[in-house]
Design a protein around this ligand. Structure first.
Ligand SMILES: C[S@@+](CC[C@H](N)C(=O)[O-])C[C@H]1O[C@@H](n2cnc3c(N)ncnc32)[C@H](O)[C@@H]1O
Length: 354
């Protein structure tokens, strides 16, 4: 297993590669990224045997901003006459897995291989369970990823549930709720799935909590908060969805989100205002640094150039501001599947007595 394969949003290969290169250098592991614009996949090749696995173990997946999913493994050329036999042989070189994930790149070329992966699924699953290279009902075992680049070339790799995304290709299957006022409702739901462990939902997204939604209109994010039975202060000069207001859980404040301050510390501040990332990061620093809220989810809209540097700078500014304010916090950032030219940042104050 010589390399890591990373899935990312098409067009963000450079960012995913730069990030991986930097993290590998921090670990003192030699390797190089192979990234082709628009491919939605990045290879990170480690020439030294064992280094790719070591790198994957050393880096928490949650630290990766631009990678949606990853796996450690190698590429295999297959003959269209018989793809199954060489794949099974390659699987024998790696660990036993709990399940099979068939993947492609998130591109039009990738989507055009849906018929092939559909055709291969049943025979592959049969052979893999028969040979016992896949043993269902053993969740502690890794997932086997077969990522088809073409009908002749496939990446055979593995990832571990506690250090990878919980979905094939890192793409969550979320549906827009029927009565949500906008599609962007999914961004907040996906952010929760990504940043908040499922076991914490009942304590951190609890009925009766108070949340402030800056740039709330028409109310997609507010809908998610109301759905968790929270009380929401929705700040926006634009109109809010009528039905959402009828829930009785929403107070609509027509004001500038950058100037608004709650009268007491609230549980959540979420913000989807389209603005410069530097303004958004200053807003996070203010809300957590001045103890206006305990947790934040905010979007950083990215400029066209220097996107990786811009994100790293924003995170650094937040860390510096919170250090200065004497507030300890967990800071995380991810380009979610629902994020286009943007990333989502989560900050949670963890200072005692906050
Ligand atoms: C992308 S939309 C938000 C969509 C919303 N999250 C949803 O799910 O329906 C951005 C909103 O930010 C609001 N906005 C822009 N600048 C603002 C400001 N300074 N203060 C408050 N709201 C602002 C706009 O009026 C717009 O409704």
């Amino acid at each position: 297993m010589q390399e890591l394969l990373l899935h990312c949003r098409p067009g963000f290969e450079g960012e995913a590669a730069a990030e991986m290169q930097e993290l590998a250098a921090e670990q003192g592991i030699a390797g190089y990224a192979v990234a082709q614009d628009g491919a939605a996949l990045v290879r990170f090749v480690c020439p030294q045997a064992g280094d790719a696995e070591q790198l994957m173990q050393a880096i928490p997946f949650s630290h990766l901003i631009f990678a949606r999913q990853w796996a450690v493994g190698s590429w295999l050329d297959v003959d269209p006459e018989d793809r199954i036999t060489p794949i099974i042989t390659a699987c024998a070189q790696g660990p036993i897995a709990s399940q099979l994930w068939l993947e492609t790149a998130d591109t039009n070329d990738g989507k055009s291989m849906a018929a092939l992966t559909k055709k291969l699924r049943a025979p592959l699953e049969r052979s893999l369970t028969k040979t016992r290279f896949v043993r269902p009902n053993k969740p502690e075992l890794p997932r086997l990823h077969l990522c088809f680049e073409s009908g002749q070339r496939v990446f055979v790799g593995w990832s571990w549930a506690d250090n990878a995304a919980p979905w094939p290709m890192g793409i969550p299957r979320l549906r827009v709720p029927k009565d949500a006022p906008s599609r962007s409702t999914l961004k907040l739901e996906e952010a929760w799935h990504h940043f908040i462990p499922r076991d914490d939902w009942d304590s951190r997204l609890k009925a009766g909590m108070t949340a402030v939604d800056l740039g709330a209109a028409p109310g997609g994010w507010t809908w998610q908060l109301v759905n968790r039975l929270m009380n929401v202060i929705a700040v926006d000069n634009g109109p809010m969805d009528r039905k959402l207001m009828d829930s009785g859980q929403v107070e609509h404040v027509q004001a500038d989100g950058y100037l608004y301050k709650p009268k007491y510390t609230v549980d959540w501040m979420v913000c989807d205002i389209v603005d410069k990332p530097a303004r958004s990061s200053a807003l996070v620093s203010k809300w957590i640094g001045q103890r206006l809220c305990r947790e934040v989810i905010i979007n950083f809209k990215l400029p066209m150039k220097r996107r990786y540097q811009e994100v790293m700078q924003c995170l650094e500014h937040i860390q510096d501001a919170l250090d200065e304010a004497g507030v300890k916090a967990e800071i995380a950032c991810k380009q979610l599947y629902t994020d286009r030219e943007e990333v989502t940042c989560h900050v949670r104050a963890i200072s005692r007595g906050y």
